[in-house]
Write a protein that binds this ligand. Structure first.
Ligand SMILES: [Zn+2]
Ligand SMILES: [Zn+2]
Length: 165
């Protein structure tokens, strides 16, 4: 889906409003999937000199917890807005998926912003203790192993205590 920003800048009278669903299930995301259709709303208005572009997105991200590998889903609900001038549309470094002719790719915009908004690591809980490095079970399931990391500081401490005596 395309929207001609440049044309709108020079001829847009009424604000543009487009509520649509974007199918991102076939896209390649880093470490997660977006299986359900993404709800997106794009609004554009102009005073003839600047463009006000806004995007609202509701998406469900799914994947595995980075620590314990349990399935995780996370809701994303966010908005972004941009103020653009004519020269911004010609800037090759523009952060929007805009062609040289000033045409915005709405699907690509939704995709790009979901990638920006999605967490770098999916976690089932902020404090997920992950898997036990000794037995490989989930720590939250109540494993009682003493991990090597836990044991090392204790030894260090006892040496310190000996030195202080
Ligand atoms: Zn977890
Ligand atoms: Zn264990």
């Amino acid at each position: 889906m395309q929207f001609d920003l440049r044309k709108f800048l020079y001829s847009g009278q009424k604000p543009y409003y487009n509520a649509f669903q974007a199918d991102l299930s076939g896209e390649d995301f880093p470490g997660y999937r977006v299986e359900q259709p993404v709800e997106a709303v794009v609004e554009v208005s102009t005073d003839g000199e600047t463009l006000e572009l806004s995007l609202s997105v509701r998406a469900v991200v799914s994947g595995e917890c980075a620590r314990c590998l349990e399935p995780v889903t996370q809701d994303l609900d966010f908005s972004r807005s941009w103020t653009l001038r004519s020269r911004d549309l010609e800037d090759p470094d523009i952060e929007l998926p805009v062609t040289e002719e000033g045409v915005l790719d709405l699907h690509q915009l939704v995709f790009q912003e979901v990638v920006m908004e999605a967490p770098f690591l999916l976690l089932c809980a902020e404090d997920c203790p992950g898997l036990c490095p000794v037995c490989g079970k989930k720590k939250v399931a109540g494993c009682t192993c003493q991990s090597a990391e836990d044991a090392a500081p204790a030894n260090g401490l006892s040496i310190l205590k000996t030195l202080l005596q």
